[in-house]
Structures are given as structure tokens and as C-alpha cells.
Design a protein around this ligand. Sequence first.
Ligand code: C2E
Ligand code: CA
Ligand code: CA
Length: 272
Amino acid sequence: MAPVQRRIKINDRRGAASETDLLARLAGAPERGEFSLVYQRQVAPDGVTLVGVETLLRWDCPTKGAMAPEMFIPLAERHHAIAPITRWVLDRAMAETAEFENLQVGFNASAVEFTDPAFVSEISALIAARRFDPSRLEIEVTETAILADAEVVHRNMDGLHALGVRIALDDFGAGYSSLNHLRLFPFDTLKIDKAFVDECSHSPQSAALINAVVGLGKALGMKVVAEGVEIEQQLTFLRLAGVDALQGYLFGKAIPAERLKYALEQPAQRLR
Ligand code: C2E
Ligand code: CA
Ligand code: CA
């Protein structure tokens, strides 16, 4: 027994050391030019008309190579180091998409940020500095920590709305989802998680759930977006279900702003 325990302890220490190391590298990543942004298109139910983009962060770590966001975003969240990342993403996304007038730009924030009383003023200052049209922005958040301090969360959501920024509930249906959150918090958009979309064209249960979620979202006055659409049958089903917009590899993977510019020049991808 004893040797096993010792081995676990050593591994734990190594794990903690590499986490600290990664966190330190992450903190300096923007200054070293290791962060970049890509944009995934959202299209209307016709499958071609561009209605907006979601901004996704990429980190090219010199020692570990390209790191998936899932490898470093949760780490930053755990160590309260997410706010500078969100600010960097928003600022850069505004700079890179400024020229694409009327294009809706979504970006991700962490639920914990919605419990920070300084959140809205920081976002507001960034938008003002770029003179960006706030009605073009949509902030995406998952419900994980949203009830941690419901009063502050609500105040922040009202503050974002007062600025003119829209708010989307991300990954709806993945893991823990509560209908009560839809009633309690003023979301503008509901993003149906890929897990439901994956099954919708062949599972009657998933199909029924999507129909119910679309109906619910619409009844509450929300825009409904389906994520992770990969095949034509899913598009056909989701169009009939009445979603307002779709996103997924069927319409393209996330691309850098230069390529987005090119895509926007193509007649089939014109803005609505
Ligand atoms: P998300 O917000 O749900 O973003 C969608 C993810 O699904 C993206 O992965 C995207 O590339 C992927 N995806 C989109 N369409 C399809 C599809 O049809 N099939 C499949 N298999 N995948 C698809 P990505 O870029 O690796 O991001 C993963 C997650 O990392 C995001 O999930 C989001 O939670 C987080 N993330 C990314 N960028 C940021 C950021 O700037 N800030 C924060 N806080 N989180 C971020
Ligand atoms: Ca998202
Ligand atoms: Ca999502």
C-alpha cells in the first residue's frame, strides 16, 4: 500500500507544479503574441445567409503547441485568472471585426465573471475605447455558476442590457440545465447544445426535446440557435423545428478574420 500512496503524492505534486507553470505561461501569453482568434459563422435557416459569428480563442503555446481552449480555460477559471483573457478576447474581436459593419459578434465569458461587480464597467470601458456598436455584441455564458450570487448576476445582466449588449445562454441541455434559469434571468438567446443536435435526426427523444426547447425559447421571446450542426439531415430537422440560426461544421469551422473577410465577399455568404 505504502509505495502506491507515495506515488500518488508525487504525481499530485507534479500535477500542481505543472498547473502553476501553465498558469504562469498563460498569464504572459497575450503579450508574447501567443493568443489568436478565430470566428465560426452562424447562418440563417436557409443554411447560407450569414447572421453572425462566434469568437473562439486559440493559444499557440511554445512548449505544448496548439492548446484546445478546454485545456486552459477551466484552469484559468479555477484560479480566478479568466477576466484578463475575456477582456483580451473582446478587445481583439472588436478590433478585428470593426470593418464588418452589421455583423453580430458573439464571445464567451465565464459564469464566474457574472458574479464580479466590476464586470460591466470593464466591458463598457473596452467598448467605449473601441467605439464599437454594442448592439453588435453578444456575450455567451453557460449556467454553471450563475446562481452563485443571483442578485449580482442579475444586476450585471441588466447592466449589459443597458449598454446594448445581448446575452446568450450557451450549451443549453448539456449537463445541468434548469428551466428556472430561463425564467429568472433575462437571456436574449438560447444556444442548444451539440449533444441534442447530434441525435436529433435519428432519436425521437432528442427530436422531441429540441422541439420543446425551441417552443420554450420562442415563448419566452428568445432567439434560438442550434450548435454543432454537422449534417444536412440535422439542418432539415432544425429548420422545421423553427430555430432562428445555426452553427456547426456543416457551415464551416472557425476561421481567422482575414478569411472571414474573404467569406463575407462571397455572394452566398452575404449578411442578412
Ligand atoms: P463553445 O462555446 O460551445 O464553442 C463551440 C465549440 O464547438 C468550439 O470548440 C467549436 O470549434 C466547436 N464546434 C463548433 N461546431 C462544431 C461541430 O459541428 N462539430 C464539432 N465536433 N465541434 C464543433 P473550441 O473552439 O475548441 O472551444 C471549446 C470551448 O472552449 C468553447 O465551447 C468555450 O466553452 C471555450 N472557449 C473558447 N473560446 C473561449 C473564450 O474566448 N473564452 C471562454 N471563456 N471560453 C472559450
Ligand atoms: Ca460559446
Ligand atoms: Ca456552446
